[in-house]
Design a protein. Structure first.
Length: 489
């Protein structure tokens, strides 16, 4: 019988997405099932999730626990064929707005309850059989939203399943007032420095880090970085203490969805042997933003959350120097309102040279990756990142912060790396205004050397960023923790 894995997450494409977690939840289970594992996804029943379900049936009822209300468990299927369980609890999930916030952008005041139920449902599925005796052999909990499942499992009176916990971004920790500890029916023994307490607050993230049998991050470099300040975000001591359980596995991308040879969302298809056709996408992107239709000028793009973490402030600071190079700039994304206003003001002042779209548009994201010459991603920290992989696959040379998964997936353009055929982009080092200026200058010099630029493009386009390698590493970890003697509660 194949190993049964429950993949619990707060979001999953195409049903609900706010960031990279959704992309991982949509693609990794597919790759794991292709490797022979019986993987099923667990999601909260947000309106956009329940509205998309076809042929869903109720397969279980989860009883009250503390202030956690009763909930149903619906069984359906994702478009990819991956089995899906949905937590049916309208009082907690049937609301307007996004998964975490109301329509005005304020966090729901009962998010502790909403996501404790996600962890509770995951733990429940490790004990109670559903669907003709399907019961999880391993729980794969993702980010703080599902992390409390590790504590519920650890303190269960029944034989427990091993837990793998993935940190997608340590900056978001799920911190709540101490009073929630009792309300969520967590045992007294868990309220300590060696438990879920973090500076007098309940930390859902810490529950995953402390009680899981294995911990993963989206890249090897990020796994090292978070074991010390500042990127440990106050949890570096715990992470360093658990270094033997901590594994960095570089995320992949959906190479069928992100494939310039077949992408229906771009103006012209192409590959590493037909790069001349990429120019049609540049023209289409310039037209979309009313930029000058100049084939020779480098077109630089950023598709991102507009936050300091992503270096959006550095891009805004550098924008006028960039277009003076000369170059054109396109920014697609949303985030901190002050940064949104800054880039909108830049576009208003420099029409024809800077284009901005505030929001997220999947088709525009694909066209931007295909149409740009360079991609800016000067993140101050980056657990993995996906756009730098999309960019390389589309022959769009990335300029990235020298951190986390960016280092692990983009090889800096040095003479040695060019000679051995691995160079695929430019590292921003240090990650500040001077570092970005220097990295862009190197990229601009390479762009003006047609042979060098084509080599960089082809190097990136021939890399394998698919999920099969990552899935194999996860499969090994699942098998490893399933063989271990579980620690005492």
């Amino acid at each position: 019988m194949p190993q049964r894995i429950l993949f619990a997450a707060a979001e999953c494409v195409p049903l609900v997405k706010t960031g990279g977690l959704a992309d991982v939840a949509g693609a990794l289970p597919v790759a794991l099932r292709a490797s022979g594992l019986d993987v099923r996804v667990l999601l909260p029943g947000y309106p956009q999730v329940t509205a998309a379900l076809r042929g869903a049936r109720r397969v279980a009822h989860i009883d009250v626990l503390g202030e956690l209300p009763p909930a149903g468990l619906l069984r359906a299927e994702l478009d990819t064929g991956v089995p899906l369980y949905v937590i049916d609890c309208p009082p907690l999930y049937e609301r307007p707005g996004g998964p975490y916030q109301d329509p005005a952008g304020r966090d729901w005041p009962d998010n502790a309850l909403r996501f404790a139920l996600l962890g509770r449902a995951a733990a429940w599925l490790a004990v109670h059989p559903v669907d003709a005796d399907w019961r999880a052999d391993v729980l794969h909990l993702n980010d703080w939203h599902a992390a409390l499942g590790a504590a519920y499992v650890r303190f269960s009176e029944r034989p427990r399943a091993p837990v793998l916990f993935t940190v997608h971004n340590l900056a978001f920790q799920g911190l709540f007032d101490a009073g929630w500890h009792a309300r969520l029916a967590l045992p007294t023994a868990s309220w300590s420095i060696d438990g879920v307490e973090f500076h007098g607050k309940l930390s859902l993230m810490k529950a995953g880090l402390h009680y899981a049998d294995a911990i993963t991050t989206g890249s090897p470099t990020y796994a090292r970085e978070i074991q010390s300040a500042p990127l440990g975000m106050g949890l570096e001591g715990l992470l360093a203490a658990r270094r033997d359980a901590l594994h960095g596995i570089l995320n992949g991308i959906d190479t069928a969805l992100w494939d310039p040879r077949r992408d229906p969302l771009i103006a012209a298809n192409y590959d590493a042997d037909s790069l001349a056709a990429k120019a049609a996408n540049k023209r289409a992107l310039q037209s979309r933003f009313a930029l000058a239709a100049d084939a020779a000028i480098p077109l630089v793009a950023m598709v991102s959350r507009l936050t300091d973490q992503k270096g959006a402030d550095l891009v805004a600071d550098f924008a006028e120097a960039l277009i003076a190079a000369p170059a054109q700039l396109v920014v697609v994304g949303n985030g901190e309102r002050a940064l949104e206003r800054r880039v909108e003001a830049l576009a208003a002042r420099h029409g024809g040279r800077i284009g901005v779209y505030i929001g997220f548009d999947e088709a525009l994201a694909h066209l931007t990756e295909a149409g740009a010459d360079m991609f800016l991603m000067p993140s101050r920290f980056e657990p993995c990142g996906l756009n730098q992989m999309y960019s390389q696959r589309y022959g769009t040379v990335p300029i990235v912060g020298a951190t986390g998964g960016l280092v692990d997936s983009v090889v800096d353009c040095t003479e040695a790396a060019l000679a051995d055929g691995t160079a695929s982009g430019f590292h921003v080092r240090p990650i500040d205004a001077d570092g970005l200026r220097a990295a862009f200058a190197r990229a601009l010099a390479a762009y003006r050397d047609a042979d060098r630029w084509r080599r960089l493009q082809r190097n990136g386009m021939t890399k394998d960023f698919g999920w099969s390698r990552s899935a194999a590493e996860y499969a090994r970890l699942y098998a490893q923790i399933a063989r271990r003697e579980p620690p005492a509660g």
